[in-house]
Design a protein around this ligand. Structure first.
Ligand code: HEC
Ligand code: HEC
Ligand code: HEC
Length: 432
């Protein structure tokens, strides 16, 4: 390079660097701004006792439907606003914070505007960017009236004096201001949703905004944003498969609106029982929601699709490995789940209509069989007995044969799961 060339090169490089600084700076400002905040719907200084009670009741409903307690409760005491729940992400571990009205550790000094900025925009006071594990990408179009009611309810709870745990994120994700860049690129734009006027709109708001179902059920892009072009199309998260919830695949797995309502209300339906990441949704959220709201969610998710009809009892499959699969099933499982997968009411599930063998990945099936499930209370009086885990009793080959037997017999799937896929599923589950 001669001198003239070099100076030209330097000028171009400097130009690119300057442009990058301007772009990154602009993105930083855009991503750590929270935009204008819609005005409060309540004059908090002049509020009648009756109005306050209404706001309190609505606030509790919002808190339940938005499942705040799933992440903000204490894993040790169960106190719903105390914080401390760990969330393991590929970028490191984060902890739900104290959102009780403690002035020192919680949000006791926050205004309703502050709460709106945190919930809808991921910005805490002091221009502190929150990690998107706090699902503001879903909550972004929460109505201001819902936030105001939530604020009244939160402020009326008892303060819990527990300090927050600092996030343990890996570099470079440990640099909080870097989140501004993510926000500039990925945070959904647009203001609050209009108040729902019909059942389907209400269902959409409950599923996509408050219920943030897509945070688990929607596939992610390479920058870990929800891929909204494939909304609710199914995704592996926290070592479990959160299935495809789009109406046609739900219908193909035998769901009806009625069964879905029962599943959301009680955690149990002919299609299965809530396990893994779905169980806390029942415990903190759907078990406490009003029937009309659960119906709206079921109607929105099914979009009028009817369950596909299926043969009453599927024949046992005949492949080279299914004799071994059947031997394992009859030896370990049939005692509880029945020779034909018919189950026993209130003590074991039926497997002939269960969806777990219908999923494209064997991950959840392998996990349930290896880990078992504890005896537990579901909701509205529904209880489940324990299922033992079989991790020590099944080689990868036997597991693959058993899983293939179930997929062929009840899952309408190919019996093509290999022992090495079983090993992958175990690794993926154990990294969480
Ligand atoms: C999926 C888990 C999850 C859900 C659901 C969730 N949060 Fe969070 N929230 C978090 C995490 C994790 C943080 C900490 C983020 C960080 O450190 O940047 C957080 C942070 C916050 C903060 C900031 C606190 C502070 O001191 O900076 C507030 C306020 C908050 N959440 C309120 C709520 C409310 C209200 C709801 C329900 C409407 C809710 N969250 C639902 C995970 C969640
Ligand atoms: C001692 C009785 C018992 C045995 C033996 C047993 N199960 Fe279960 N199984 C249960 C119960 C009870 C549940 C529900 C537990 C719960 O939800 O807490 C269950 C749940 C399941 C589920 C979860 C379905 C869902 O909807 O998520 C699957 C799949 C399953 N069992 C398959 C098997 C297989 C395969 C075997 C044999 C390797 C087996 N079970 C052995 C009692 C048993
Ligand atoms: C924390 C992650 C998470 C969230 C949030 C979540 N789910 Fe799930 N969901 C799962 C996982 C994992 C499964 C598979 C295990 C099971 O069936 O319980 C599942 C299963 C389901 C199933 C059963 C589908 C089938 O065919 O068996 C339905 C229906 C469902 N979820 C609906 C919802 C709805 C509606 C919401 C929002 C209100 C929601 N989920 C929020 C993780 C999640």
């Amino acid at each position: 390079m001669d001198k003239a060339q070099r100076s030209k090169f330097t000028r171009i490089a400097a130009g690119i660097a300057a442009a990058a600084v301007v772009v990154l700076g602009g993105m930083y400002i855009a991503g750590s701004a929270s935009g204008s905040v819609p005005p409060a719907t309540v004059d908090f200084a002049n509020i009648s006792a009756e109005q306050k009670q209404k706001l309190f009741d609505r606030g509790l409903q919002v808190f339940r439907a938005a499942d705040c307690a799933a992440c903000h409760s204490s894993p040790t005491t169960g106190a719903e606003l105390a914080g401390g729940m760990a969330m393991v992400t590929p970028m490191g571990t984060l902890y739900g914070t104290n959102i009780s009205p403690s002035r020192e550790h919680g949000i006791g000094k926050w205004s309703a505007d502050d709460l709106y900025r945190a919930v809808a925009r991921g910005m805490a006071p002091g221009r502190k960017n929150l990690y998107p594990a706090m699902p503001y990408a879903s909550y972004h179009d929460i109505t201001r009236a819902d936030v105001d009611a939530l604020w009244v309810w939160l402020q009326a709870q008892s303060a819990v004096e527990v300090a927050n745990r600092s996030p343990e994120m890996n570099f470079p994700f440990s640099i909080r201001p870097g989140l501004a860049l993510w926000n500039a690129l990925e945070r959904p734009a647009g203001g609050p949703a209009p108040e729902a006027v019909n059942t389907l709109d209400r269902g959409a708001y409950l599923v996509n905004t408050l219920g943030h179902c897509g945070e688990c059920h929607t596939p992610r892009t390479s920058s870990f944003a929800m891929d909204l072009k494939q909304s609710l199309a199914g995704n592996v998260i926290e070592g479990a498969y959160a299935p495809d919830l789009r109406p046609k695949s739900m219908a193909a797995r035998g769901w009806s609106e009625r069964d879905l309502l029962q599943f959301l209300r009680t955690g149990l339906s002919p299609q299965g029982v809530m396990t893994m990441g779905m169980f806390p949704v029942l415990q903190h959220s759907s078990a406490h929601m009003e029937e009309a709201d659960l119906k709206a969610m079921a109607a929105y998710l099914m979009q009028g699709e009817k369950p596909e009809s299926r043969p009453p009892v599927a024949e046992a499959p005949q492949t080279s490995t299914s004799a071994n699969g059947e031997r394992v099933y009859l030896g370990l499982c049939a005692g509880c789940h029945g020779v034909d997968g018919q189950g026993q009411p209130h003590s074991s599930l039926r497997l002939d209509t269960n969806t777990t063998a219908m999923f494209p990945t064997p991950l959840n099936l392998v996990r349930v069989i290896r880990e078992g499930l504890p005896e537990r209370d579901l909701a509205h009086g529904e209880r489940m007995q324990a299922m033992p885990g079989f991790a020590d009793q099944l080689s990868h080959e036997d597991m693959a044969d058993l899983v293939n037997y179930m997929r062929l017999r009840w899952g309408r799937q190919k019996g093509d799961v290999t022992p090495s896929q079983v090993a992958d599923a175990i690794r993926s589950a154990e990294s969480h």
